[in-house]
Design a protein around this ligand. Structure first.
Ligand code: ATP
Length: 201
């Protein structure tokens, strides 16, 4: 699998955030997106996830053996955790699995993996910031998607959870997955490349 991004321009409110952005990434590789606040890391992830239209440029995925688009091949975990306060973690993961398809772990297994089994039936409104983030990341485990687009994935995670997360990423890369993660801090896994936004590429 190969992701090619060529000459991508991003405009927000009529202002160029970045232009002429190009990179390639293969299966089994991770790309860390860095750069100052407002450089466009979240905007790039949203473009790749199909949530934001680029002003120009080309995004292509080859070698997947089907006609799925990048948004259909990707998990997107943004800044916000996208949890409904009244649903429980178990209900949330069951919803995501039904919506995203390609079932992998069961919701119970994913909660266990993220050490959230004790909170499985608690409304999400009661979860701590780190627990919410762990639940958002558990979404990666319930549906099999080869591309992970992650916006500051380790924010609010304690040291033990960061280690668990690094293990998940390592396993995903080992199975030929691809990870693009925006971050201001070391991610705890080896990124093949770093793309620093806000500077000439
Ligand atoms: N919905 C929006 N409408 C208009 N402009 C926006 C919108 N969202 C973001 N922007 C602008 O786009 C630019 C890039 O923002 P973005 O969130 O992509 O940066 P970032 O690199 O992720 O920043 P941070 O490190 O603070 O998370 C900023 O100038 C921001 O103000």
């Amino acid at each position: 699998m190969r992701l090619t991004v060529a000459d991508l321009d991003c405009q927000r409110s009529g202002r160029f955030v970045f232009s002429g952005l190009s990179f390639e990434l293969g299966g089994g590789e991770a790309l860390a997106l860095t750069g100052r606040n407002g450089a466009g890391k979240s905007s790039l992830l949203q473009i790749l996830a199909g949530l934001l239209q680029p002003a120009a440029g080309r995004i292509a995925v080859d070698g997947t053996g089907d006609d799925l688009t990048l948004p259909e091949l990707a998990h997107y975990v943004g800044h916000r955790d996208a949890l409904k306060p009244a649903l429980t973690p178990l209900e949330s993961l069951a919803f995501w699995q039904a919506m995203l398809g390609e079932p992998a772990m069961t919701p119970d297994e994913a909660l266990d993996r993220m050490s959230l089994d004790h909170a499985a039936d608690l409304p999400c409104a009661y979860l701590s910031a780190g627990q919410r983030r762990r639940l958002a990341l558990a979404r990666l485990l319930v549906s099999r998607r080869p591309v992970w687009l992650l916006d500051e994935p380790t924010s609010a995670l304690d040291a033990a959870s960061q280690e668990v997360f690094a293990g998940l990423v390592a396993a995903h890369l080992a199975s030929d997955g691809l990870v693009i993660a925006a971050t201001h801090v070391p991610l705890g896994f080896e990124a093949a490349r770093t793309l620093r936004l806000g500077e000439p590429t």
